[in-house]
Ligand binder design. Structure first.
Ligand SMILES: [Zn+2]
Length: 501
């Protein structure tokens, strides 16, 4: 009965080698206070210098979010005191952020309930701005420790308009954005380590009355918490309004142990920060070469890629979603299908087989080797080798069982699968005379079973006859080491059954 309005502010750590305004190393997990210098420690009289790589990565995200990059963008000082910020101000962007007025269409992955085909929900992006991160405070008992390694790390903040309505919308937004920035290679998206953090704001009101009084929820470090916290907050605010109370404009935190939001502090206004232009950094006016380098670094984004995999390769939406979760995996899949087509396989047949193979066997092999899909570019069983195996199976030249064993051997021996199959003698036997020899030896050993099948047929017990026939076919296949062509084996076994003893 109430209308809800959700906006997000997502902070991502850009994967620049150095910090945004100094030359210190930008890395997670280093010994505390080792990646620091007078600039990021905020000593008086030092001069910041813009890391152009941070600006480029920020602009890549802005473009991927359909934002406009203004001809002039600059930095402001955002004044506030906090122990993790020794300068007492943060260099950020306020009046002319690097990305402005974009949008992201929410991909319906079934979580929102609506069916595919309904028009996607568009979330407007207000801006993307570049700033420096603060240090990290670690509270242990009565002591608070400070680690300034994170102070000055390149941070991009993405601010949406309040266009989402449910926790599920916000969860999809975060997941989609996370996959996007990982595809672009500008952020590792690791929410546990804080390289992607989200603050949410939410208000509710009677339909048609516009925005209600806004509550902010800070420091949500998983997309699931974003969903839970927002849905909880929408219910809480609704109950207050139902009871004739008002919603207090405040900042709240998600308490994951109690599954509820709790008040943190009342909200400062933007004016409290006393923004003013950073005098030590020049205005940034992107030239043609810079803008061209941004465009050149953009890659096909996850959503269009999934759609293409569905139409070009015949993958189901679920398969496309799984394959495209990691860019390296999608790249590997596509390269393997291309290599299989070059070996004469039909594209969709190759895609169907390889998709299964990738999501089961290859996934298993990777995890056994202690690797992840991100390691696929240097995987010993590369696209050419996997395509060769798939083509051999498709042509019936190798059994699936032997192909699986060959995949393992490729990893162990770093040889091409064709060589391994030749060395092991795993080529499929399709020569009827060779197969007849094996069938005959099984006939001798299992004469009683053959007799039983015949009497089952005579007695009209087809089910029993079929079971026993399958048993005999299996015996021959296993006697051939899984190499005999199953079709030929079956017809020879059936011929022997039909022949009176
Ligand atoms: Zn520094």
């Amino acid at each position: 009965m109430y209308q809800s309005f959700i906006g997000l502010e997502v902070h991502i750590h850009l994967l620049t080698k150095t910090k945004v305004f100094c030359g210190c190393r930008s890395a997670f997990g280093d010994e505390p206070n080792t990646n620091v210098c007078p600039v990021c420690m905020g000593y008086p009289g030092v001069l910041p210098a813009l890391n152009i790589e941070a600006m480029r990565m920020g602009c890549m995200v802005a473009r991927a979010l359909n934002c406009r990059i203004p001809p002039r963008t600059w930095f402001e000082r955002k004044q506030y005191f906090y122990p993790d910020m020794p300068k007492n101000y943060q260099i950020s962007q306020f009046a002319s952020p690097l990305g402005q007025e974009g949008y992201l269409d929410l991909e319906d992955r079934g979580i929102r309930g609506g069916g595919r085909g309904e028009s996607p929900k568009r979330v407007r992006i207000k801006e993307c701005h570049l700033e420096e991160d603060a240090g990290k405070m670690i509270h242990t008992g009565t002591v608070s420790l400070l680690d300034y390694n994170r102070a000055g790390v390149s941070l991009l903040e993405i601010v949406t308009e309040p266009d989402m309505e449910t926790g599920e919308d916000a969860e999809i937004f975060i997941q989609q954005l996370r996959r996007m920035v990982r595809y672009l290679g500008v952020c590792d998206g690791n929410m546990e380590e804080g390289s992607l953090r989200a603050d949410a704001n939410v208000s509710i009101n009677l339909p048609g009355k516009g925005l209600g009084r806004k509550v902010e929820i800070k420091n949500l470090n998983s997309s699931r918490f974003v969903r839970l916290a927002l849905n909880h907050e929408i219910v809480r605010q609704g109950e207050r309004l139902d009871a004739g109370k008002t919603v207090v404009q405040e900042t709240r935190l998600w308490n994951e142990n109690r599954d509820q939001t709790e008040p943190m502090r009342t909200k400062e206004n933007a004016q409290d920060y006393r923004y003013f232009p950073e005098p030590d950094l020049p205005v940034f006016e992107p030239d043609k070469a810079f803008l061209a380098s941004v465009e050149a670094a953009l890659v096909e984004l996850p959503v269009p890629r999934m759609r293409r995999f569905e139409t070009d390769f015949g993958l189901s939406p679920e398969q496309a979603d799984l394959i495209c979760d990691e860019k390296a995996q999608a790249d590997y899949f596509e390269a393997t299908v291309t290599a299989a087509v070059q070996r004469g396989m039909e594209k969709r047949d190759a895609a169907a087989r390889l998709c299964n193979w990738l999501l089961t066997d290859i996934k298993h092999l990777l995890s056994r080797e202690g690797l992840s899909p991100r390691d696929l570019p240097s995987f010993t069983l590369g696209p050419g080798r996997l395509a060769a195996l798939a083509a051999l199976v498709a042509r019936g030249e190798v059994s699936l069982k032997n192909a699986r064993e060959a995949a393992e051997a490729v990893l162990a021996e770093d040889k091409d699968p064709e060589i391994i199959i030749r060395e092991r003698g795993w080529e499929r036997i399709a020569d009827p005379e060779k197969i007849a020899q094996t069938v005959n030896s099984v006939y001798t050993a299992e004469a009683a079973v053959f007799e039983e099948v015949r009497s089952a047929h005579t007695g009209g017990n087809t089910k029993r006859a079929n079971t026993l026939t399958a048993y005999l076919v299996g015996k021959v296949l296993s006697a051939s080491g899984g190499r005999a062509d199953p079709g030929i084996v079956r017809s020879q076994v059936e011929a022997l059954i039909a022949k009176p003893a």
